[in-house]
Design a protein. Structure first.
Length: 339
């Protein structure tokens, strides 16, 4: 098996180590400067997208392009890498979120034909995307609740269970490298993490839910918090969690579900709805005892009218981090190569 790795940061480095351990031949690592590198960090050549086929793949039937570059806003670079690799005959596996959340239409065929692996993009370690898709199986009477951002869950869990202030919880999360860099105060941390949920929700929706329309991250506005809303959230930390809830058309939505702070709502033409934000979790016993601890990602299905066919926690565990993410990417690669 041969690999081309795009990006050599936290994930790229862990991936290269794993590929080497598993006996893959690494054809090259593409970095931001446009250079092609070997696993020891030596620049061996320039990388040119337009000669990907001749310079790297050379007709290999078992070559996988692993994309681990930053999830930049529009996803154009990710998409070009993915499409370039696919058109050169390689498979592609990505953990970056922008291409799939902004260009799903262009990548849909590759996903459906099993040439593009994406499970590492959301809660990778839990494998929630393929699990949800299989569990729902196109049924239109299944509601879904997902925790897509482990950091927000960690912060609210720390405040509730450990009695931390928001500041202490954020410090803890920073020490564990859970927090996206760049924020200068607590409000910016929470608002920044909420932005991350938009792309992830679009990917969950487009790949795993039976939506009547395709979602696009560019069309969704996140309602960011102000200081007063943040103060209210902190006071209610014991009962608030950032959840993404999907209700199929005709689902009886509990009146309490209007009480959501921050996030966003997407209404589908058939009446289905996705509602993301800090929900109350104490008003409905379905949620109270099932929600995940710490930085876990989580997915739950509520099946049949009023849940009469059962409520199932289908994924719960550490979703992100180099280990969980590379494990998910390797699972995609093995599945595509039939290993
Ligand atoms: N970290 C996680 O736990 C996690 C989990 C799931 C998904 N992800 C996603 O995985 C991706 C990578 O995350 P990370 O934590 O590894 O980020 P990172 O540490 O910032 O690494 C990103 C790498 O991408 C390289 N890069 C940037 N632009 C590039 C370009 N145009 N072409 C080639 N390489 C380029 C950078 O190159 P230089 O080193 O040359 O500057 C850097 O090596 C992100 O999209 C992230 O959202 C991360």
């Amino acid at each position: 098996m041969e690999a081309i790795v795009f990006g050599f940061g936290n994930i790229g480095k862990a991936l290269v180590k794993r590929l080497n351990n598993d006996g893959w031949e690494i054809r090259g690592i593409v970095r931001r400067d446009g250079g092609l590198y070997d696993s020891d960090g030596n620049r061996t050549d320039d990388f040119h997208m337009n000669n990907l086929r001749s310079s790297l793949v050379r007709g290999s039937k078992t070559c996988v392009a692993f994309i681990a570059i930053p999830s930049d806003e529009g996803g154009d670079i990710e998409r070009k890498y993915i499409q370039g690799a696919l058109s050169a005959g390689a498979f592609a596996v990505t953990c970056a979120k922008s291409a799939l959340s902004n260009h799903h239409e262009q990548l849909k065929h590759s996903i459906e034909s099993g040439r593009l692996g994406y499970r590492a993009t959301v809660g990778g370690g839990t494998h929630m995307l393929p699990i949800l898709k299989k569990k729902i199986g196109g049924r239109k009477d299944v509601a879904v609740c997902v925790v897509v951002n482990g950091t927000l869950n960690f912060l609210f869990h720390s405040m509730h269970h450990d009695g931390d202030s928001l500041g202490m919880a954020i410090k803890k999360a920073e020490r564990l490298r859970f927090v996206e860099p760049g924020a200068t105060n607590n409000l910016e941390v929470i608002n920044g993490e909420m932005q991350d949920t938009k792309k992830k929700t679009v990917i969950v929706g487009n790949t795993s839910l039976p939506l009547p329309v395709m979602l696009n991250a560019a069309g969704i506005q996140v309602a960011t918090l102000d200081d007063n809303q943040l103060a209210r959230l902190v006071r209610q930390a014991a009962v608030r969690r950032y959840l993404v809830r999907y209700y199929p058309a005709g689902w009886k939505v509990n009146g309490e579900d209007d009480d959501v702070i921050g996030g966003f709502t997407v209404k589908m033409p058939d009446g289905a709805m996705i509602q993301a934000g800090f929900h109350r979790t104490d008003l409905d016993p379905v949620y109270t005892d099932r929600l995940p601890l710490g930085a876990n990602n989580f997915a739950m299905t509520i099946e049949g009218p009023d849940g009469e066919d059962g409520i199932y926690v289908v994924a719960n565990g550490p979703g992100a981090g180099p280990e969980a993410t590379t494990a998910a990417m390797m699972a995609d690669a093995r599945q595509m190569l039939g290993l």
